[in-house]
Design a protein around this ligand. Structure first.
Ligand SMILES: Cc1cc2nc3c(=O)[nH]c(=O)nc-3n(C[C@H](O)[C@H](O)[C@H](O)COP(=O)(O)O)c2cc1C
Length: 543
């Protein structure tokens, strides 16, 4: 099997959804929180290091993120790291409806199942011993997995965040399509860290630590340590797959750090997340195998076209604290179809979807211009209802015009900012079509606009790991839409359930070069008064 075959096999159609469980035991949902509290074979568990809460970040306004990035990054220390994690991966709300209680996080996740795990690699960072740590969102704490034996005085400060996915968390509910959702969630998490880094004054340049294979990354993060995932009696804790490594500080010395991790002292054993796996989805592990990054290619330098600086947001909440906006992000579950979006907010949001490597979230990805947006405008001030396209890379226009329906008019839109590759394709009331394409979900039709993200998959056959990278790009676009919607006083929702072939048919696509990877919707949310909400970590805050 190759990875594009996985993609074909996990398309949804109204009469044939991708294979998934026939029934779900809601009470047996996998534990969304990993920990390494249990002692390992040597009887040692991972030390728990509580991180400070409500750290330094509240000063910056949202619109300030779009001004020139800071020239000198701040010195990294444990407090700044805590602030980045609190504003990207921590819990952000606790909810209750009837007897049901659940927690939500700063980063969104398909089905709120949170397959993404995060590890911290620290070397010469104030307040942290040199080593590898696992981040626990449930307690906002680090668990020390590895202590380096050699003290690295003189080495430039290294503060890296490594990401991995527990596929079972998503597969439990979504079956074979879950691998896609794990990758989308990783993209959201990378982008969430990028925004948090910008808010807390970390470097604005490229965050990706290049040149790391999945195998090396798994070794670095400790997730390749087989025995640490075996529970006494022989049971297996769910394994994790390596995703990506981001740098908050320091880009050099990967070989040195890998060597330190190999020779370091490791602590703790992973917990079991689900004691009974009723289903088995071997296709997911096949997909992971055939899209793994086994070698480092000569990295082609990615050159983005020169763009003007990003548009400064002027929406309802653009002057709010950036940290507050990030914390309040939520997925809307219902929209008011009468709620419109200001054209200025709409075009600012589209502008922020364009890759600019010095601005969040685009510094968290090495390449980010392979996805283009096909947008159903339902209720944006001054724009006719219909189908539009935003091209995120200008050179693709001819190719996409040739690949899509000949009836599309590709007309420039006078209200659009100069230079934005935004085109009207079709005039039509499309609320029902948009909802139908998104597995009949009303949220795609009742909003101000909804969209499909179309990816260029041409390079994937030659470099299969790019399959994952395309989904990370889509997740990052999703994070832009979530946060810009909040800044406009509106709300967004990611949509992983859509009918792939119907979307391709609507656009007139004939070959497999272009594939839809993610849908999204933005509008005026309706809130459910039956759900009560409170802040997380209250016991830590002493309230
Ligand atoms: C990749 C992805 C796919 C999603 N797909 C859907 C969807 O098809 N329908 C839906 O109502 N919500 C969808 N959501 C929203 C999640 O259910 C939501 O993020 C989760 O419940 C957590 O809530 P929060 O976003 O408010 O933190 C999706 C979210 C993500 C990140």
């Amino acid at each position: 099997m190759d990875i594009l075959e996985y993609h074909r096999r996990t398309r949804h159609r109204p009469d044939a959804y991708a294979r998934g469980p026939e029934s779900i035991d809601w009470d047996a949902q996998p534990n969304p929180f990993r920990n390494y509290v249990s002692p390992d074979q040597a009887g040692r568990s991972a030390a728990q290091i509580p991180l400070p809460l409500a750290a330094t970040a509240d000063e910056k306004r949202w619109y300030e993120l779009w001004q020139a990035p800071p020239a000198t990054p701040l010195q990294p220390d444990i407090d700044r790291l805590a602030a980045v994690l609190e504003l990207s991966l921590a819990l952000s709300a606790c909810k209750q409806a009837g007897a049901a209680r659940w927690s939500l996080r700063v980063n969104p996740s398909s089905g709120n199942l949170h397959p993404t795990e995060c590890y911290v690699v620290a070397c010469n960072i104030g307040g942290l011993e040199d080593g590898i740590y696992h981040y626990r969102a449930d307690t906002h704490a680090l668990e020390q997995r590895c202590r380096f034996r050699e003290k690295s005085t003189g080495h430039e400060p290294v503060l890296w965040l490594g990401f991995s996915s527990v596929h079972w968390r998503e597969a439990w509910k979504y079956g074979e399509r879950a691998y896609r959702y794990c990758q989308l969630d990783s993209g959201h998490a990378l982008a969430a860290v990028s925004y948090a880094a910008a808010v807390t004054g970390f470097a604005a340049g490229q965050l990706v630590v290049q040149d790391v294979t999945d195998q090396a990354l798994a070794g670095l993060l400790g997730i390749a340590r087989h025995d640490d995932f075996i529970i006494s009696g022989g049971a297996q804790a769910e394994r994790e797959n390596a995703d990506c490594l981001l740098s908050l500080s320091g880009r050099q010395g990967l070989d040195y750090i890998l060597c330190q991790a190999r020779q370091g002292d490791w602590y703790g054993r992973a917990n079991i997340l689900d004691s009974r796996h009723f289903y088995d989805w071997p296709l997911i592990e096949d997909a992971a195998r055939c899209s793994s990054r086994n070698q480092i290619e000569d990295s082609a330098v990615v050159c983005y076209p020169q763009r003007p600086p990003p548009r400064r947001p002027s929406g309802l909440l653009a002057g709010s604290s950036a940290a507050q906006l990030i914390r309040q992000r939520r997925s809307a579950q219902q929209f008011d179809p009468a709620g419109s979006m200001r054209a200025d907010d709409f075009f600012t949001l589209l502008d922020h979807c364009l890759p600019r490597p010095d601005y969040p979230p685009w510094n968290s990805l090495q390449a980010a211009a392979d996805i283009h947006l096909f947008i159903f405008v339902h209720n944006v001030d001054g724009l006719e209802s219909g189908l539009y396209a935003l091209l995120r890379e200008p050179s693709v226009k001819e190719t996409l015009m040739a690949a899509t329906r000949s009836q599309f008019i590709w007309q420039t839109v006078p209200q659009a900012p100069q230079g934005l590759m935004f085109f009207q394709l079709l005039k039509a009331a499309a609320r029902r079509t948009a909802a139908n394409l998104s597995c009949q979900q009303a949220i795609a039709g009742d909003s101000a606009f909804s969209l499909a993200m179309l990816a260029d998959m041409q390079a994937v056959a030659g470099q299969p790991w790019l399959y994952r990278q395309r989904f990370w790009q889509a997740g990052a676009i999703g994070q832009v839409l979530y946060l810009d919607a909040e800044a406009a006083g509106l709300r967004g929702t990611g949509i992983g359930c859509y009918y792939d072939e119907f979307v391709h048919d609507l656009l007139g696509l004939q070959d497999e070069r272009w594939q839809v990877l993610y849908h999204f919707t933005v509008g005026k949310p309706l809130t459910d008064p039956r759900i009560t909400s409170w802040s997380p970590y209250q016991e830590r805050r002493g309230k």
